[in-house]
Ligand binder design. Structure first.
Ligand SMILES: C[S@@+](CC[C@H](N)C(=O)[O-])C[C@H]1O[C@@H](n2cnc3c(N)ncnc32)[C@H](O)[C@@H]1O
Length: 235
């Protein structure tokens, strides 16, 4: 059972203000021509706009609750024929197709808890890609200020939706609790520094094409967020 199952009904209102990445991922999908495999597809926040742009998406997630909501949203949006949902773990994605683009939006790789798990996932992506195919994802590593401002405090993120961050600096693990009228849960997010992500990508056989500091493609200058474009070399 995934920690997301209990809050699947809360996820869309909880992430309502997160919109800055949608056009970026849609543009990457258009550039690739598709199909796109989205790892950690969730409720389709990104996958539905990508499918609405006419690009075929295979969405993988290990939360049945999130997939159920995604399926209903895709039907309402009229894109079910372009969005195929598959239950599974993104370290062993149930995908036999080879695709030009794999994405993992909104920090979903932070659910990987060790370098072994990160490498399993990155190597699995490598196998899914055609030569020259791309992996595009975003992650974060918290700033000192963010930790000081939020640690151990319940904060109302959206009306009626409360969030609490407990930061374990030694293990670099954030325990994020969320609660609202329709459910509550807690999940662990494990962060790594950009240079560690770069080293892992290279160990998995990728070439880093770009690492941005935000979805508007500004250069990375030491902020919390990093947006990665990595390529499976042709040879
Ligand atoms: C932060 S949400 C992102 C959802 C969506 N991509 C978005 O941008 O809104 C992370 C998603 O990853 C999924 N997830 C976490 N660990 C996973 C794993 N090992 N395998 C498959 N899905 C996973 C969760 O169920 C959740 O739906």
């Amino acid at each position: 059972m995934s920690a997301y199952d209990a809050i699947a009904g809360l996820y869309d209102p909880w992430s309502r203000s997160v919109t800055e990445d949608v056009l970026f991922y849609v543009a990457e999908a258009r550039k690739s021509g598709g199909p796109v495999v989205e790892l950690g597809v969730g409720t389709g926040r990104i996958a539905i706009p990508v499918a609405a742009a006419g690009i075929r998406v295979i969405g993988v997630d290990d939360s049945e609750g999130m997939l159920e909501i995604c399926r209903a949203r895709a039907e309402r949006a009229g894109v079910s024929d372009l969005l195929e949902l598959r239950a599974g773990d993104f370290r062993r994605p149930p995908v036999l197709e080879r695709v030009p683009l794999v994405t993992c939006p909104f920090r979903a790789f932070l659910h990987l808890e060790s370098d072994g798990e990160r490498l399993d996932a990155l190597r699995a992506v490598h196998r899914l890609l055609v030569p020259d195919g791309r992996l595009v994802f975003d992650v974060f590593a918290p700033s000192k200020e963010d930790i000081e401002e939020t640690n151990g405090r319940w904060l109302e993120r959206e009306p009626g939706i409360w969030e609490r961050a407990d930061w374990d600096l030694e293990r670099r693990v954030l325990t994020l609790a969320v609660r609202g009228e329709s459910g509550e849960s807690a999940m662990r997010l494990s962060w790594r520094a950009p240079k560690e992500w770069r080293a892992l990508l290279e160990r998995a056989g990728f070439e880093v094409v770009a690492m941005y500091g935000w979805f508007d493609l500004r250069p990375y200058e030491g902020g919390e967020d990093t947006v990665w474009i990595a390529r499976r070399p042709a040879v």
